[in-house]
Design a binder for this molecule. Structure first.
Ligand code: BDP
Length: 594
């Protein structure tokens, strides 16, 4: 699915800003048919939870309503006019006037709805959106809603981050020609003679003719072709490299109905797993960086360009070359920025919390089978499959994305795991045969008990020896970690990436003996992990949990959120940041020299 853009044939109007807002309990029947009651307004993009000083909003379970007027420009005659929502968490229903136009499930991927028949150029229409934050066994991520004797709903979910909700990303009104470029797929390859092939496919129903031109960053045409699919040869390509991005533009022109133009950024690069290595452009790549979150004070998960630019500045400062979009697809702005700045991305679906019995079920309730008709079942898997389809449809053309991560910490040692995941791995490979596939394994599933690791190309491991186990005893933790990593390496012979390792650390808390929660412990913990990684050749990367402190759900035992950040929630570095910086800048320098 293409990201909307302006071109000589396309127009775009932002619908960001303040919308009217009401909880379902306040909105009455058929809220779309009248002005929402009350005076509350909610900014878009943002989560609604932390805006007001009101626990009823913050902890609301169920539907809320957003509403505003939209003017359709009279100059848009004959165009195809649509509304585009970049992300609504988690289920959206969009009404224009009295008409329910669409429903979308999944809080982190975009959707469009055409306004044919409900709004014409020159009209002013009321757009009302219902936003449902409930997580069930039919949603990804999954959860359970229960209602108590007084009729109060409560939401259980098995991931620790707060279930923020709302219109989290931009909303646009857009116009394209009726015959337009609906989708483009680009795959790049390198030949032995040093030239590159850019294969493209354009989906433009009804087009009389399709022409493409590939331009370099100076706007010079380096290759051209015609037809809805083809291969362009670039004799002396500038490659997209980690840390040294280079982007061509594939300009697509279609004829018919006035014609349409779309320009897609293209990075020429290859990704491949060979033996226990992941190769980018044929060279082994070692990941340094973080698992992140889209999370900030007041905004919750609302996208914010200020935070985007600042976070990437911090990634660069600390010497990180990559991050994982834990635990859901991030805003498209983030991926485009990564493309332009040469940052490597492990792109993850929203399938988190698919483990009912972790650490004896601390995330909710006693023992329950994770995979069963009454828990995660065929309906869950279909929602998961749809999440994978929408992720790949959205992100397939980003050179920064080198690995699809289809789930975080599922119960991969439990009965039913293989039956649940095997079709999803197949689906991912079928949708994108060019990128390796992974999942982030949780420590309950060890090399000998995990039921799915062999299905994947890279084994990502989230490990907490020295925190959740051997708490405070780094010597014992070191032995456990090394023993386990060696076992994975021997048994599978695949690349191992450590996609989580970290400890809760209170910024400013110091202790001469480096006890847990102190800044000293965070340093000693990471240094220990790094010693182990450096001894095991199959380890192809380290991503610390987490980039920054983040907000967690009510009821979990955390002091004002998860404090495993290397930066605080307002992006101040803890002492460990300088330790990481020294290591990663050193690794970066070594990589540049080789
Ligand atoms: C892992 C999860 C991550 C948590 C982290 C933690 O993947 O989302 O935040 O542990 O407990 O289980 O800090």
């Amino acid at each position: 699915m293409l990201r909307p853009q302006e071109s000589r044939s396309r127009e775009l109007r932002s619908l960001n800003g303040l919308w009217r807002f009401a909880l379902d309990t306040e909105a009455g029947d058929r809220p779309w048919s009248a002005r929402l009651p009350g005076r509350r307004e909610a900014p878009v993009p943002a989560s609604y939870n932390d805006l007001y000083v009101d626990a009823a909003v913050r902890d609301h379970v169920g539907v809320v309503w957003y509403q505003r007027e939209v003017i359709v420009p009279s100059s848009w005659a004959d165009a195809r006019i649509a509304l585009r929502f970049d992300a609504v968490a988690h289920t959206a229903r969009v009404y224009v006037g009295d008409a329910l136009l669409t429903e979308h499930h999944g809080g982190y991927t975009p959707f469009e709805v055409e306004l044919d028949g409900v709004a014409a150029p020159g009209d002013t229409v009321t757009v009302t959106v219902s936003v449902d934050n409930r997580l069930t066994y039919e949603t990804i991520p999954p959860g359970e809603v229960s209602v108590d004797d007084e009729g109060r709903a409560s939401q259980l979910y098995r991931h620790d981050f707060f279930n923020y909700a709302g219109l989290h990303r931009s909303v646009h009104l857009l116009a394209t020609p009726r015959v337009h470029v609906r989708d483009i797929t680009v795959v790049t390859d390198l030949d032995d003679d040093g030239s590159a092939v850019v294969r493209y496919e354009v989906d433009a129903p009804g087009a009389r003719a399709v022409a493409v031109a590939l331009r370099d960053e100076d706007g010079r045409e380096v290759a051209a072709g015609s037809g809805a699919a083809g291969a362009l040869r670039v004799a002396e390509p500038r490659l997209w490299q980690p840390g040294a991005a280079y982007l061509y533009a594939l300009e697509v022109r279609v004829d018919g109905d006035g014609g349409d133009r779309y320009a897609l950024p293209v990075g020429i690069r290859t990704v491949e797993v060979r033996g226990a290595e992941l190769l980018i452009n044929g060279a082994p790549f070692y990941f340094t960086g973080f698992g992140k979150h889209e999370d900030a004070p007041f905004r919750g998960k609302g996208h914010d360009d200020v935070l985007l630019v600042h976070d990437f500045a911090l990634l660069d400062w600390i010497g990180a070359n990559s991050f994982r979009t834990s635990h859901y697809p991030y805003a498209e702005e983030v991926l485009e920025y990564a493309d332009r700045h040469g940052v490597v991305v492990i792109d993850e679906t929203a399938a988190v919390g698919l483990h009912f019995n972790m650490a004896g079920g601390v995330h909710g309730g006693g023992y329950k089978p994770t995979f069963s008709p009454g828990t995660l079942n065929d309906a869950t898997r279909e929602a998961h499959a749809q999440g994978i389809r929408e992720l790949i449809a959205r992100d397939k053309n980003h050179p920064s994305v080198v690995l699809w991560c289809i789930t975080n910490e599922p119960a991969s040692a439990e009965e039913g795991a293989r039956e649940y995941f095997e079709p999803l791995v197949e689906l991912t490979r079928q949708l994108d045969p060019t990128r390796p596939v992974t999942f982030a394994n949780q420590g309950d599933a060890q090399p000998s008990t995990d039921r799915i690791a062999d299905l994947f190309d890279v084994i990502c491991l989230n490990r907490y020896y020295g925190w959740y186990q051997q708490h405070g005893d780094l010597a014992a933790a070191e032995r456990h970690l090394e023993r386990e990593l060696r076992e994975w390496a021997e048994r599978y012979g695949k690349p191992l990436a450590i996609t989580e390792y970290g400890v809760d650390t209170v910024a400013g808390l110091h202790h001469p003996l480096g006890t847990p929660w102190s800044e000293e412990y965070q340093i000693e913990f990471l240094e220990m992990y790094h010693r182990v990684f450096d001894r095991i050749p199959e380890v192809i990367g380290e991503q610390v949990w987490n980039f920054a402190d983040f907000q967690t759900k009510p009821g979990i035992v955390r002091v004002d959120g998860n404090k495993k950040g290397v930066f605080t929630r307002d992006r101040r570095p803890k002492s460990v940041a300088r330790v990481l910086r020294q290591r990663w800048l050193g690794l970066r320098e070594r990589a540049e020299r080789s």
